[in-house]
Design a protein around this ligand. Structure first.
Ligand code: MN
Length: 129
């Protein structure tokens, strides 16, 4: 089963995203803060990560940088999930090593297709797991 780590501090978003992913057949690991998310990436070895950028402890960009600097997790695809719509933000995230970018609010009917499109580009497909 493909495992996804969701790093998200908003409880409503976490519940919604988790339900959507589980319904689509993914196993979900949850972290509600950045440092816990990083630790869970290392210990849980998810197949990919959904990363909120605005987090209560360390910024999602810092979590991304830590993941990309850590042997054993540095190649895990990371998809940023953020309400930031600032010009240049997407480019900065991609330059920092994100594999893709999903904008909030989450579209329950479209997010799985968005995720799987990004994973396909990253060379990860559900069928291969
Ligand atoms: Mn947040």
């Amino acid at each position: 089963m493909t495992t996804v780590l969701v790093i998200e501090d908003n409880e409503n978003n976490m519940v919604l995203i988790t339900k959507i992913l589980q319904n689509a057949g993914y196993k979900v690991l949850q972290a509600e803060a950045g440092r816990k998310g990083y630790d869970l990436a290392v210990s849980g070895q998810p197949d990919f990560i959904l990363l909120d950028i605005q987090l209560p402890d360390i910024d999602g960009r810092e979590v991304l940088a830590m993941i990309r600097d850590t042997l054993g997790v540095r190649k895990i695809p990371v998809i940023a999930v953020t309400s930031y719509a600032m010009s240049g933000d997407r480019e900065r995230l991609m330059a920092a090593g994100c594999n893709g970018y999903i904008e909030k609010p989450i579209d329950p009917d479209g997010i799985i297709a968005e995720i799987e499109g990004i994973l396909n580009e990253a060379g990860i497909s559900k069928a291969s797991k």
